[in-house]
Structures are given as structure tokens and as C-alpha cells.
Design a binder for this molecule. Sequence first.
Ligand SMILES: NC(=O)c1ccc[n+]([C@@H]2O[C@H](COP(=O)([O-])OP(=O)(O)OC[C@H]3O[C@@H](n4cnc5c(N)ncnc54)[C@H](O)[C@@H]3O)[C@@H](O)[C@H]2O)c1
Length: 254
Amino acid sequence: MTPQRVLVTAGANGIGLSIAQAFAADGAHVHICDIDPAALKQATASSENITGSICDVSDPAAVTTLFDDVQSALGGLDVLVNNAGIAGPTQPVADYDQAAWNAVLSVNLTGTFAVTQQAIPLLKESLRASIVVMSSIAGRFGYPNRVAYSTTKWGLVGFTKTLSLELGPHGITANAIHPGAVQGPRIEQVMAGRAEVSGRTAEEETQLALANQALNHFVDPADIAALAVFLAGPHGRSISGQSFPIDGDSKAAQ
Ligand SMILES: NC(=O)c1ccc[n+]([C@@H]2O[C@H](COP(=O)([O-])OP(=O)(O)OC[C@H]3O[C@@H](n4cnc5c(N)ncnc54)[C@H](O)[C@@H]3O)[C@@H](O)[C@H]2O)c1
């Protein structure tokens, strides 16, 4: 088998970086794109199997250039991981900033659409093609004060199911992953921020957040990466159009 050729959007940090590194460790050739040049440099230096491009997925010209780079770096494409997504502000719907709404939609939905559209001709050439879409727990539940984020993450489910039906006849699978709260510095900052407002300690805020889940720990990004590798691998060939929560059995988005 020749190595899998994989594109991961927003692959220089966080979940995207874990996914890129998991595919690379599995022997794949991975190209990542990101808007953060320093993180991109660090990520590509972390493995000889990872190359990268600067690309804002919401900029159509940049996405076209990205696919020139994908062709030269990988010579084709077997796996697209649509990971890029931004959170937007925390505001009630009535006060939600219109420009922020547009920005979240343009990265999370329009950017994902633009990247996927350019990937499809390459994926159709592959004999083992798959698309993984990063939704969220906010794409399974309502999410008070995060209307743009939740709307886009639900929208990606319709996107994924449509891709599955359209591309299945070409042997291409499409699935969505719905992570809950992920371990790491970001969740620690969130808990510290909540503690400042509530007067509780960060540890008490963490325990309150975990009470929302059946399992008493946040999600390890490496587990999300392993799920993406599985879905795009040989044992995922019959799985398409599905949504995979990985959230410790959470009861709500929070
Ligand atoms: N972290 C979580 O708790 C969590 C939970 C559920 C879903 N998700 C989803 O997982 C994905 C990754 O989240 P994360 O927490 O790892 O993010 P992160 O903030 O740790 O990293 C995001 C990366 O995206 C890059 N980026 C931002 N805007 C971009 C753009 N327009 N084009 C290209 N790259 C861009 C950033 O430079 C950064 O490197 C997102 O779609 C997010 O919605 C995250």
C-alpha cells in the first residue's frame, strides 16, 4: 500500500495537530493548512511526513493556492479532514454581533464547503477516499449564547450527510465527529474564567462541568485523532453519513 495522502485544515494547533500527527505516525503523508505561521512551522518540523501551507479557509483565492500546494506536496488526495472552525463571541442571540455571525459562518461553513469542493476531484481519483468533518457537541445540542457556532456545527451535519449520499457512489465516505470539552490549556482557561465570575475555585468549576457527563474526564485530543484515522482507514470503508460523539456522554453543550 502506498502511504495515505491526507489534508488537515487548521492543522497547526489543537485537535488538528493531533490528527495530523496521528496520520503521520501511521505512515501517511500529511499536508496541513493554518493561518498561524509560527505554529505551522513548528508542526511541520515535528514530523518529516507533515508539510504545510498558510491558508485561511474562508479566503477562496487562498484555498485555490492551497490545492496547488497539495498537488505538489502529495500528488493527489485520499483523506480530507475539515477541522477548521472558530468559536465566535459569547453573546445572546438578541445582541449577537452581525459581523461575528458572518465571520463564523464564513470559516465554519463556507470555508469547509470551499475546501471540500476543491478536494472532490482529487478524492474521486483515489481508491480509498474519505472526508472527516469536525462538528462539535454544539452540533448535537442547543448552545445558549453561542448561536453562530451551534448553527454552523449543526449545518455541518447536513453537509456531511449530503456528501455521503453524493459521493458514496464514487466510493468516498463522509462522517462527522462531535467532540465535547477537550483536555488542555483552553479548557483550563475556560474554567479559570468561570471561577472568576462565580467566586468558586477553578477545580469546583471543573467538577461542575464534569457533572454534565457520564465519564469523569474531558476528551483527550489523541482519542479524537484516533477516531479520524479509523474512519479514514480500511475498517471504516462501510461507515458513511454518520455522526460520532466523543464527549464522555455529555448531557448538554456548555
Ligand atoms: N477544543 C474543543 O473543546 C472543541 C470541541 C468541539 C469541537 N471542536 C472543533 O474542533 C476544531 C478544532 O478546534 P481546536 O479547539 O483544536 O482549535 P484551536 O483553537 O486549538 O486551533 C485552531 C487552529 O485553527 C487555526 N485557524 C483559525 N482560523 C482559521 C482559518 N480561517 N483557516 C485556517 N486555520 C484557521 C488556528 O490558527 C489554530 O491553529 C474546530 O472546528 C472546533 O470547533 C473543538
